[in-house]
Each structure stands twice: as C-alpha cells, then as structure tokens.
Design a protein around this ligand. Sequence first.
Ligand SMILES: Nc1ncnc2c1ncn2[C@@H]1O[C@H](COP(=O)(O)OP(=O)(O)O)[C@@H](O)[C@H]1O
Ligand SMILES: [Mg+2]
Length: 254
Amino acid sequence: MSELIFTQGLTKNFSGLVAVNQVNFHIKKGQVTGLIGPNGSGKTTLFNLLSGYFPPTEGTITFEGRDLTMTPPHKRVAMGMARTFQLVSVFDSLSVWENLVLSNLAFKKKGRSVVKFYLKSSKRPDVLDECRKTLAVVGLEAKAGSVTAELSYGDKRRLEIAIALSLKPKLLLLDEPLSGLSDHEVGEIIELLHRFKQELTLVIIEHKISKIVGLVERLSVMNDGYIICEGDPEDVLSDSAVRECYWGKEKGIC
Ligand SMILES: Nc1ncnc2c1ncn2[C@@H]1O[C@H](COP(=O)(O)OP(=O)(O)O)[C@@H](O)[C@H]1O
Ligand SMILES: [Mg+2]
C-alpha cells in the first residue's frame, strides 16, 4: 500500500503551548487508522492541521505526493480530503436535504454565489441523484424533509457523515464520531463505517478504544502533542508508555 498522506515535523504552537510537536504521521491508502490519546493530547489540532483549518508553525503535509502545507481547506476538499467535527456541525434550521445539497454544492461552486448556485443546481437531476444515494447509504432517506434540529444526536452524526461522503473523499477524517451517542447509536455508526471503509482511507479519533477495536487496522497514540506509539492495535495497547499515559491521566483506555 502506498502512502496517501504523511507529515514531517508537523508542529503547532499556540502562544507557547505546543499542541502538536514534531509529528511524523503516515497514512497508507485504504488503511483504517484509529487516533487515540488522552484529552488535550493534540488529536483535534492534528486534524485541524491536516484539513487546513490553520497553518502549522513548522513542518510539512504531503497528500498524494503533493505538498499542501499552505493549501486552503476548500482546495484540500477538492483534492479529496473531508472531515467531520468533534461537535456535530450541521445547520439546525435547515432540513436534512437542504444541509446535504447546500454543503455539497458549496464546495463545487465556481465563482457564483452559493445561493444562486443552490437554486440552479438543486434542480439538476445528477445532483439530486447523488444526494439521494448518499442519504440512502447512511439510512436517512425517510428523514430528508425533517428539520435538522429535530433529529436525534445519532442522526445528526449520520447527516454529518453523509455530507462528508457526498464530497467523494479519498481521505476521511472523523473526529470522535461516536461521542455522545447511546450504545445502540454507536453500533449503528460502526456498522456504517464498516460498510464504506473499503472505498476510503479513514482516520478516526476516538477516546475509548473498545468502541473501534473491531474496525481499525492500525492505531496511533498521541500524548502531550507527540505521537508516542503506532502500529498494530494489539501491540500498541500492550505498550507500557501507552498504558501509563492513559492510567496516569484518566480512567483507562477501554
Ligand atoms: N485554537 C486553539 N487555541 C489555543 N489553544 C488550543 C487551540 N486548539 C487547541 N488548543 C490547545 O491545544 C491542546 C490540544 O488540544 P486538542 O487538539 O483539542 O486535544 P484533543 O483533541 O486531543 O483533546 C490543548 O491544550 C488545547 O487547549
Ligand atoms: Mg479533540
């Protein structure tokens, strides 16, 4: 498997606080990687750097062999990177359908205003077909007309994942997609991730490894801004530094 994305010496310094420190993160094409670590260890900041939310203080990011360290987020999306956020980020006042179509088109418009583009494109059969297909994949087609504010938290997560999938990413970064969900909802999202993992390269941030252990092929562990351990999940979980960083700070890894 070739490398889809890698970083070299990636560092983010927030006025003296080094949230990500000299990180060399390598993701192979087609791999499902879990990114774990205690709260505040730098996981979300690493995603923010990979997706271009802010620039690194030092270091580089290479995606499909191209340096995109300073490439803006919307261009990274066009190149095949999508992400979801730790706090679900969808428009509550819009319907499920409007959220999907609008977010999808916002990244595809060229020059025109999003609203004009939406009004024109929302009548295009190819766009409607694509959005319908994506809603079916995540099991939300019956709720297409529902106001997003009225959805369960699990369905909002599904919608967020649907939006990311509709952008046809090669790399999908999921920031704690299971947080705040009931056990039943966790099972549903895991089942969904299993279904589309063949078509994508996935990186999933999750705090409790037991939830994703059946899904990931590889684990990377962050602590205090550093990647302290990487590799086969079983080896990583038995690593003494990993166990110490979890037990030292929190209740446990599982
Ligand atoms: N935008 C920001 N400005 C200043 N400090 C930040 C910012 N984002 C994150 N941090 C700090 O960086 C550290 C790592 O945070 P984060 O990446 O959110 O950790 P994690 O996702 O592993 O819980 C924390 O100390 C956090 O307070
Ligand atoms: Mg986080």
